[in-house]
Design a protein around this ligand. Structure first.
Ligand SMILES: Cc1ncc(COP(=O)(O)O)c(C=O)c1O
Length: 441
């Protein structure tokens, strides 16, 4: 079957996410290797977003695939009340790689239900209801996770669940909070506003703060250590839990194992994981809690469960992924490639007046396109403007697959990418962004 026929059948028989169906014109994929995937007509795509920022080891990792095959031969699945080797080993590895005293894991099927269960656990443990989150954040697509998020996908789902309170995020480039201030001064005000919000809402009713460990799909708006150190102080002062969503930012994406590793003073009570935990090959999520929280559930019922919690095949995939990462220094190598990517992106910024800012860490970078007066090239939560459409058209034609969303382009390739492959992507971006430059006066 050729690409046209394959795309047509997918469109005719299946529904696509987050889009009016008539606007969905998908590329096809029949095989993939490293940073590339190939369509049914043999066309080659450069995967510049690791699919949904989850295929961190790249496509077709032979070690992980072999582990999947071997586990599938032995045991694919037993119910969550039965003990298995891959489940125990993955618990052990997560305890090893996560920071501070995160020590015990509840397994879910993906990111969104990791968030649902983290909220549940925080409420059960504290006996309190409110959860404080950020406007510029995404935590998943089911009811509680969607309400917890702040990006526009939430709006069609409202009113969602009760007792979610949102605060503003870091945005030194455009937020009025930062106008005329340094980044650190702005971050301090965001933290002050967080504390004020907590006091308005009543700290005695707040179970947890829920933040992405490193900002992701909302535009990589990451506050610095000034904000994060205050978050830790505030959690201790008011006896509020800190839930970190590392679903996108985990497993080496930002040049460290987890986004929070950039702020060593910050001690999450609960961490949510998914995506790259299996390098995307098999769905799996995880909620890792401290020993204090785990101990609470020694004598109190954990009112949570899923048919596929602790899925043996998924856990074995997680084990193979993390062991591979440890054995091959993938986090360190990804950090090196991240530095190289950043240098190349900064050089692009020198050449293109349409680039307002490059943000991110490691292989988690974003290009922000805008006008000299600070306006974005294409406004938030609106259809793409003409210059942005032209940029996106070149990316599509040159088969660089990523998110060109509003005024941003995500640059988040697999951690195994080489310098040559980065330069291939940069050349395509160079050509695409030159379409926007003439609109900048
Ligand atoms: C930070 C974050 N949290 C949660 C989710 C939801 O994860 P999933 O799509 O696996 O349910 C995502 C997905 O993109 C995410 O980026």
């Amino acid at each position: 079957m050729n690409s046209e026929e394959l795309a047509r059948r997918n469109k005719e028989l299946t529904l696509s996410s987050w889009t009016a169906q008539s606007a969905w014109n998908p590329p096809t994929a029949v095989r993939a290797e490293g940073v590339y995937f190939y369509g049914a007509d043999g066309e080659r795509y450069l995967d510049w977003a690791s699919q949904l920022i989850n295929v961190n080891l790249g496509h077709g990792n032979k070690t992980v695939i072999k582990a999947i095959q071997e586990q599938a031969e032995k045991l694919c699945y037993v119910g969550p009340s039965i003990a298995t080797e891959p489940r125990a080993r993955l618990g052990e590895l997560l305890k090893q790689v996560t920071p501070h005293n995160l020590s015990k894991t509840f397994f879910t099927t993906a990111g969104t239900d990791a968030i649902e269960n983290a909220i549940k656990i925080a409420r059960l443990y504290t006996g309190k209801r409110k959860i404080v989150t950020r406007y510029r954040s995404y935590h998943g697509a089911t009811a509680a996770a969607m309400t917890a998020g702040g990006d526009p996908r939430r709006l069609a789902n409202e009113p969602g669940i009760a007792d979610i309170v949102r605060i503003h995020s870091a945005d030194p480039l455009r937020s009025p909070i930062y106008k005329g201030r340094t980044r650190d001064e702005g971050d301090a005000i965001v933290a002050d506003l967080l504390e004020q919000t907590i006091n308005f809402e009543g700290p005695q009713y707040i179970a947890a703060l829920l933040f992405e460990g490193y900002s992701g799909t909302s535009g990589i708006y990451q506050p610095g250590p000034v904000f994060w150190n205050r978050v830790q102080e505030i959690c201790e002062k008011y006896d509020i839990l800190l839930i970190l969503d590392e679903i996108m930012s985990g497993f080496g994406r930002t040049g460290k194992w987890f986004g929070v590793n950039h702020y060593p003073n910050v001690k999450p009570d609960i961490m949510c994981l998914a995506k790259a935990i299996t390098t995307g090959y098999i769905p799996l999520g995880a909620v890792v809690v401290t020993d204090t929280i785990a101990n609470h559930f020694e004598d109190n019922v954990l009112w949570a469960g899923l048919t596929y919690s602790g899925h043996a095949l998924a856990c074995a995939t997680g084990v193979a992924t993390i062991e591979y990462m440890l054995e091959h220094d993938i986090v360190e190598k990804g950090a090196e490639m991240g530095k190289f990517l950043r240098e190349q992106l900064e050089a692009l910024k020198e050449r293109h007046p349409a680039i307002a800012e490059i943000r991110g860490d490691g292989l988690h970078q974003i290009i922000d396109l805008g006008y000299p007066n600070g306006e974005p090239l294409s406004p938030f939560n609106s259809p793409l403007t003409e210059p942005m459409r032209k940029v996106a058209a070149v990316l599509k034609e040159r088969r660089l697959v990523t998110w060109a969303k509003w005024n941003t382009i995500y640059c988040c390739p697999p951690l195994t990418i080489s310098k040559e492959e980065i330069l291939e992507g940069i050349a395509i971006l160079d050509e695409a962004i030159s379409k926007a430059d003439p609109y900048i006066s």
